[in-house]
Write a protein that binds this ligand. Structure first.
Ligand code: V47
Length: 377
């Protein structure tokens, strides 16, 4: 530890105490988390996060070749944070017929995708069978592609609509072919914040309980945190600590993904966008507080490729995938490209001084020959 502490320099006395904990592998407290958000020394916070990142993941930075499918934007929730959802029958609303969803899966770049990322609105009329058929049809057509589908919020909605338990709903979707779950819908767990930004969604405890059941059934998932709206530093730390506690129990989370709020075209349009420093700090604090999460993702679609690249030296070890077509952020004003090819992602990673590794959804490395791939097991 001696030589490491010499490399760590800061004028922030509070951070020096945190550094001692980090370098000796001790878990950080709630108050440490708040101090990390408030430290003026962002480079020192980043140094610590990078130290942990390199200890856990070395020099590797992961990416994947994936495609987003959003089967419907019809949503009963009307969350103030969202520019994607539409009321049924209103202008701009859409719902894909199953054939259309399967065609979307097949379209786009020629590079063979290893993952379909499927999320959508809370449609009042679509039965659970629609989603089972959607997934089953994808598995028939693309048996080698991993299906990462449905947020905890969608699962809770499907369950309520079908009068099934969360467990039964997850079991049915897993039997249809869902392989793992994305991390969306977590937002911020605080009731105060949820009542402002997403008052009709399940609450934080329900999100966590749904994730617990998914993990118990063997479905790995991710976890997100939406920041940069009306939350406080304490709300952010509370969110991270609650994720860490669940992870201690289940070890079912793979990746933490901080998501910067994009206000355009939402009822919260008056709020300013996050700045680069806030985005970078969020990655670093996530890495430091979530000592039991194997991966931290800098989602380039949301952060911009440039900030995502810098994040690879502030705690992140993953930049997500090719995506092909993104709707949720672009409806809220994102100006990032709709997709990036493998070569583009590899260039971002290499120029950040990291070693690019193409992964599948479960972080196994992928080897390519022409337009096919094999996954290391
Ligand atoms: O749940 C919605 C957020 C999430 C806005 O698991 C917004 O690998 C900012 O969860 N501004 C969906 N954020 C995206 C998501 C995700 C993305 C990439 C990878 C993974 C993964 C998951 O986007 C929503 C919500 O938290 N969101 N509207 C907005 N205006």
């Amino acid at each position: 530890m001696g030589s490491q502490i010499h490399a760590f320099v800061t004028d922030d006395n509070r951070l020096r105490l945190i550094a001692e904990k980090v370098l000796s592998g001790e878990r950080l407290s709630f108050d440490d988390g708040v101090a990390l958000y408030r430290s003026p020394d962002i480079l020192a916070v980043g140094w610590l996060a990078n130290h942990v990142r390199e200890k856990m993941n070395g020099d590797v930075a992961y990416f994947n070749v994936n495609r987003h499918i959003n089967p419907t934007n019809v949503c009963v929730a009307a969350c103030k944070l969202c520019a994607f959802g539409r009321k049924k029958g209103t202008e701009g609303s859409y719902t894909m017929a199953l054939e259309q969803a399967w065609e979307t899966a097949a379209s786009g770049y020629t590079e063979a995708v290893t993952e379909f990322h499927i999320v959508g609105g809370l449609h009042p009329d679509l039965p659970l069978e629609y989603f089972e058929d959607l997934v089953r049809g994808l598995k028939e057509r693309f048996p080698q592609v991993h299906i990462k589908a449905f947020t905890m919020v969608e699962i809770a909605f499907f369950a309520k609509r079908s009068k099934l338990s969360i467990r039964e709903t997850l079991e049915r979707l897993k039997a249809a072919g869902v392989d793992s779950m994305p991390g969306g819908g977590a937002e911020i767990f605080s009731d105060r914040v949820r009542s402002i930004i997403c008052d009709h969604k399940i609450d934080g405890s329900e999100w966590l309980e749904t994730a617990r059941i998914a993990h118990q059934l063997g479905l790995k998932s991710n976890a997100t945190m939406l920041y940069g709206h009306v939350e406080s530093d304490e709300d952010r730390v509370d969110h991270l600590v609650r994720l860490r506690e669940l992870q201690d129990d289940t070890h079912g989370f793979q990746t933490f993904i901080p998501l910067a709020f994009h206000p355009d075209n939402t009822p919260l349009e008056h709020l300013p966008r996050t700045t680069g420093m806030t985005d970078i700090r969020q990655i670093a604090v996530g890495r430091l507080m979530l000592d039991n999460f194997p991966h931290i993702k800098a989602y380039w679609q949301m952060l911009t490729p440039k900030i995502a690249q810098i994040a690879l030296r502030f705690g992140a070890d993953d930049i997500d995938g090719t995506v092909v077509e993104e709707k949720i952020y672009h409806d809220a004003g994102a100006t990032t490209p709709q997709g990036l090819r493998r070569q583009g992602l590899m260039r971002l990673i290499t120029e950040a001084g990291r070693v690019p590794v193409e992964r599948d959804t479960l972080y196994r490395s992928v080897t390519r020959t022409e337009d096919t791939f094999t996954v290391a097991v």
